[in-house]
Design a protein around this ligand. Structure first.
Ligand code: HEM
Length: 500
């Protein structure tokens, strides 16, 4: 009895404490829930993965029409914000840019880029900041980009000659553009091309691996699956192959240096030369290791080649599909060129319509339609919602560039929309973000745009382009392939006939 009378109030106390605890938990959970952006329902383990389909940018746009321009998805166990309007993009990339300037840690890029020692996949911090400023100032500055105009001119001439080699028959324009992009990047980065050593094939394998889905990045407790399927082993194999190749390139540069020490003019320096100088002189106060040097060189190829290639492929496809636009562009370039055998880069600034055509192609076909994922470095209050640290952020630049709230007749290819408009791709107009924006924005914008404009102007200046086998221009197949960068599913075949 004594025991009972003592236990009763104790039980009451315990039950009461439990009720308070459960209510508090329920209340705090429902409060957190109230503050998170709208989310589609999830499945156990995979979260919302099943809703992404084969074209995530389209699936996400469709979901955003139901759940709003700021949604919270769960990709496996990774909470992921999806931004689908210019306003939300601006909040993330301008108002809260610093808080959202990290990159998520991903297993495959970690293997391929020397433990993410590159710029694109490196975590935000002093290392990334110093490296990015070296690349912006020493490799991709306007003056440095200008210093490679001879390389672009020679590679452009090569394409122009190849188009003239087989008049009247079908030519694989995609293949020619691929060679152009990779030759320019090779010559700028390494000082020469490496076709004999199969560099392009190695790079292709590298990029394909980068785009491979890795279970462990999204469901960490299932990461053993990546070992079981051999994915990680394959990634290491590809990494080692490219590492050996890059070691050879660096050795070759060291030999060249001792042989031609006094002949190395500023203009002839390639990216490996420049980075090796910075490494040796340690002038920037940043100790640049061999792994960092190789990781940066790989960034240049991965970030620069497919993006430029696909922009060109789509721009020419759209021009063929829209003969009115092609004619207007040809009139402009012909007028500015004034009979010169080839259009020099100095003339590009006068070609307002050319610039509008490039912008419009990038609007409809952003090579990286979801940019590169970011991650929150801290808790953020975003448009009234609570975003915890480590939340991943995806900007659907593709959907934003086709949002009827920002664009009239958004699905139509109409370069005129840019003619009398100040909207450009430099990262201050959030309705148009092919190069991203903010701290993590693309440092290769000027390099990429120059590479695109000069060859595009010359191709349309020298040739009329039609489709083989009597296919009408409006019937050109525009199907997109799946991949990190959006490319044509089928190569672009053309018949070229000389104009001048
Ligand atoms: C048409 C050509 C190109 C397009 C459309 C493009 C687009 C992009 C995009 C969307 C990003 C991510 C931006 C973000 O997260 O906000 C990016 C990052 C990057 N791009 Fe480009 N890019 C192009 C050409 C190049 C070239 C030619 C290079 C180098 C030679 C380059 C180097 C990089 C690097 C290093 C980053 C990572 C920046 C960082 O994380 O801080 N890109 N690019």
């Amino acid at each position: 009895m004594v025991i009972c009378s003592q236990t009763f109030p104790l039980s009451l106390f315990l039950i009461g404490t439990l009720i308070i605890f459960v209510s508090f938990k329920w209340f705090s959970q429902s409060k957190t829930k109230k503050n998170t952006p709208p989310s589609p329902p999830t499945l156990p383990i995979i979260g919302n993965f099943h809703q992404l389909g084969s074209s995530p940018r389209r699936a996400l746009r469709d979901l955003s029409q139901k759940y709003g321009p700021l949604m919270l998805l769960h990709l496996g166990s990774v909470p992921t914000l999806i931004a689908s309007s210019a306003e939300v993009a601006q909040e993330i990339m301008k108002t809260h840019d610093l808080a959202f300037s990290d990159r998520p840690s991903l297993s495959i890029p970690d293997i391929l880029f020397y433990k993410s020692k590159d710029i694109a996949f490196s975590r935000y911090g002093e290392y990334w900041r110093q490296l990015k400023s070296i690349v912006v100032l020493h490799l991709l500055s306007n003056s440095r980009v200008k210093s490679y105009s001879k390389v672009r001119k020679e590679e452009t001439s090569r394409v122009i000659d190849a188009l003239g080699d087989s008049p009247g028959s079908s030519v694989d324009m995609s293949a020619l553009l691929g060679i152009y992009t990779s030759n320019v990047l090779c010559r700028v980065a390494f000082g020469r091309t490496y076709e004999g050593l199969g560099f392009t094939n190695k790079l292709k394998k590298f990029v394909n691996m980068l785009g491979t889905f890795c279970v462990g990045s999204f469901i960490p407790w299932l990461s053993w699956i990546d070992r079981l399927t051999g994915l990680k082993g394959k990634a290491y194999e590809i990494f080692n192959e490219l590492d050996r190749f890059l070691e050879g390139v660096i050795k070759e540069h060291l030999h060249k240096k001792t042989g031609e020490a006094d002949d190395q003019g500023e203009e002839t320096q390639d990216f490996v030369d420049i980075l090796a100088d910075i490494q040796r002189e340690n002038a920037t106060g940043f100790s640049l290791s061999d792994d960092t040097l190789k990781a940066v060189i790989m960034d240049v190829f991965v970030a620069g080649s497919d993006t430029v290639f696909s922009s060109l492929e789509w721009a020419i496809s759209e021009l063929i599909k829209h003969p009115r636009v092609m004619k207007k562009l040809q009139e402009e370039v012909t007028k500015v060129a004034q009979g010169k055998p080839m259009i020099p880069e100095e003339d590009l600034d006068e070609m307002k319509y050319l610039k509008s055509v490039v912008k419009e192609a990038l609007r409809l076909h952003a090579p990286l339609p979801l940019l590169l994922a970011r991650e929150a470095r801290q808790a953020v209050n975003l448009m009234g919602y609570d975003v915890p640290p480590k939340t991943q952020v995806v900007i659907n630049a593709w959907a934003i560039a086709r949002d009827p709230a920002s664009w009239e007749e958004p699905e139509d290819f109409k370069p005129e929309r840019f003619l009398n408009s100040t909207v450009d791709y430099k990262g201050i107009h959030y309705e148009f973000l092919p190069f991203g924006a903010g701290r993590r924005g693309c440092p290769g914008l000027y390099f990429g745009i120059t590479l695109i404009e000069v060859i595009l102007a010359n191709i349309v200046y020298k040739y009329d382009l039609t489709l083989p086998n009597g296919v009408k221009s409006e019937d050109l197949d525009m199907t997109e392939a799946d991949g990190i960068t959006v490319q044509r599913k089928f190569p672009l075949l053309v018949v070229s006939s000389p104009r001048v």
